[in-house]
Ligand binder design. Sequence first.
Ligand code: VGL
Ligand code: ZN
Length: 208
Amino acid sequence: MQFLLNDDDLLLIVDVQNDFCPGGALAVADGDAVVPVINRLAERFDHVVLTQDWHPPGHSSFATSHPGSAPFETISMPYGQQTLWPEHCVQGTPGAAFHPQLATKPSELVIRKGFRTEIDSYSAFYENDRRTPTGLAGYLRERSLRRLFLVGLATDFCVHYSALDARRLGFDTVVVETGCRAIDLAGSLDAAWAAMAAAGVQRINDLG
Ligand code: VGL
Ligand code: ZN
């Protein structure tokens, strides 16, 4: 299928940061392979927005903040279940920087998320309580941007939650699979695709 892009379409590039790429603290297998794909896609959009996972030291999503816990375990937080992660994307560190080959200059906005110690934020729209907004929805509405194409890391966490929230907010939502890579914890990738399909997220390989 060939997509005709309009000037109210937006490419949302999720968390293409060093810590999610090979050699990083929370490396996604083959994570850096999305970079040339995304750079090529970005040239076709009038609007590009980046997200950046941006945690303070000692963030509550880090296993090291919960003595006796290990990375990839799940714990209960006041806002629900939370997977614990290795320390990653700490504000101002090289791991939190965008991949050096990612073409960031065309982006009109960088949404940082996960910067509050007590709550994690996977989605570009809401923190993990699913209620505290990042401001992205207001930005898109005020700019009359209606259809979102999502790419980035990781498919089953931040891309997945962003896509579900985008649908919940009424945006047409497309995930471009070749521009994504997954963590895949205990079936999380299959579950993510099923949830996205049920929410009306369109899944495509490429723009054609
Ligand atoms: C992410 C786990 C923790 C992501 C961020 O970008 O998918 N995953 N923080
Ligand atoms: Zn994170």
